[in-house]
Design a protein around this ligand. Structure first.
Ligand code: S3P
Length: 436
């Protein structure tokens, strides 16, 4: 595929359902009593991995015509999986499911792709082991062909669940995946379980679990759960994913003579950092028809071509836009002045090392980037040109640099465009639908 800067973009678009919320709807539906239905479920590869893991544990899940129906078997209805649980590329599947598996009276084995095998799992092994689960990241009896160091702290790994005790966990990282794993294990623990984060991360688990009838409360950076005898199946409508909308926000702002209305986007304040960042860069962006759907704030977002300037970000905003930093970096490269991103060391342990991948590709396009251990500085306004982009099979790099290529003279090519389907299977069709 060749990407050029020959277009402007107009019209209306609905981005697919939120990835974080889609994962959770399957997991919570599976361990609830009765039926859960999910509309606008994200049909991306990551969320399909979550479905297949729960099917392997005996949960009947029908997925057709954008509607998912889960026959929940209650908190204690999962059966030992028939084989290894394949989490694919999905960190959310791996870490959240581990919280549930920690409370099951059987042993499970998890594995995923090359990227998942490099991602840190000790961050969940530590608290879940304190609660009473047993993890082992090297099992030669089960994975004889894998040359992993003993106790690598990565997938593949096994989890033996059982009786758990509640803990009060001070998480060293602002990670909704860690927080959610501990809260889910807390459903099975004796007594109260709480997690305090250094900075508040996305709160979809707290919101949705409480909708399913769990006793969850939030107080600042601390979320607390007390076990309940059961959860009740729900009807969930998944809002559009702000992380996917972010590419169209950038496309509309960066491309001359463009105006895009992005419909039905989740704008939860623990996720809306990209909106705040775009506004403070001088972007013409407005939220229309703000409403609440299935307990989540939703709005339509109107964006128009703008002249952007650089900003400084760090601290509390970072977890609210952590997945949007690749596209924010692209926006920064086209903006005037310097943009500095700090406190974002988590970028190094995402689907790829995103500090390295952003730096490599922006430099290939002629951009000026200085990487740091916890972020980067980008000197905007350098004339960018088309280039060969190396995605490192990271869906967010593929989409962010597609938007860059659509605004840079010359031809841009991606070494792999298919990885976008991890979170946005119709991304390229949706871009084309807006192109004039
Ligand atoms: C997610 C949380 C974030 C995010 C990921 C999805 C979730 O990860 O990067 O894409 O659904 O909870 P961390 O919580 O580990 O930062």
């Amino acid at each position: 595929m060749i990407i050029t800067d020959k277009y402007s973009f107009h019209g209306e678009i609905s981005v697919p359902g939120d990835k974080s919320i889609s994962h959770r709807s399957i997991m919570f539906g599976a361990i609830s009593d009765g039926i859960t239905t999910v509309s606008n479920f994200l049909q991306g590869a990551d969320c399909l991995s979550t479905i297949s893991c729960f099917q392997k544990m005996g949960i009947c899940i029908e997925n057709s015509a954008g509607q998912v129906r889960i026959q929940g078997k209650g908190l204690h209805g999962l059966r030992a999986p028939s084989g290894i649980l394949d989490v694919g590329n999905s960190g959310t599947t791996t870490r959240l499911i581990s919280g549930i598996l920690a409370g099951q009276p059987f042993e499970s084995f998890l594995d995923g792709d090359d990227s998942i095998r490099k991602r840190p799992m000790k961050r969940i092994f530590t608290p879940l082991s304190q609660m009473g689960a047993e993890f082992s990241s090297f099992r030669p009896d089960v994975f004889p062909d894998k040359l992993l160091p003993a106790d690598s702290g990565c997938a593949p790994f096994s989890v033996r669940g059982g009786r758990l005790n509640g803990i009060h966990y001070q998480s060293p990282v602002a990670s909704a995946q860690v927080k959610s794993a501990v809260l889910l294990a807390g459903l099975y623990a004796e007594g109260e379980t709480s997690v305090t984060e250094p900075v508040l991360s996305r709160n979809h688990t707290e919101l949705m679990l409480s909708g399913f009838g769990a006793d969850v409360t939030s107080n600042g950076r601390t979320a607390t759960i007390r076990p309940q005898p059961k959860l009740e199946g729900q009807d969930i409508h998944v809002p559009g994913d702000i992380s996917s909308a972010a590419y169209f926000i950038a496309l509309g702002l960066l491309t001359p003579n463009s105006e895009i209305l992005i419909k039905n986007v989740g704008v939860n304040p623990t996720r809306d950092g990209i909106i705040k960042a775009a506004l403070s860069m001088g972007g013409k962006l407005s939220l229309l028809d703000e409403r609440t759907v299935s307990g989540e704030p939703v709005a339509d977002i109107l964006v128009q071509s703008s002249s952007l300037h650089g900003i400084q970000i760090g601290g509390e905003i970072i977890p609210t836009l952590i997945d949007e930093i690749p596209i924010l970096a692209v926006m920064a490269a086209f903006a005037s002045g310097v943009t500095t991103i700090r406190d974002a060391q988590e970028l190094k342990v995402k689907e790829s090392d995103r500090i390295a991948v952003i730096t490599e590709n922006l430099r290939a396009m002629g951009g000026s980037v200085t990487p740091a251990d916890d972020g980067m500085s980008i000197e905007g306004g350098k004339p960018l040109h088309g280039a060969q982009i190396r995605t490192h099979l990271d869906h967010r790099a593929a989409m962010a640099f597609t938007v860059a290529g659509l605004n840079a003279p010359g031809e841009t090519t991606l070494d792999d465009r298919k990885c976008a389907s991890i979170s946005y299977p119709s991304f390229y069709d949706d871009i084309l639908s807006l192109a004039d």
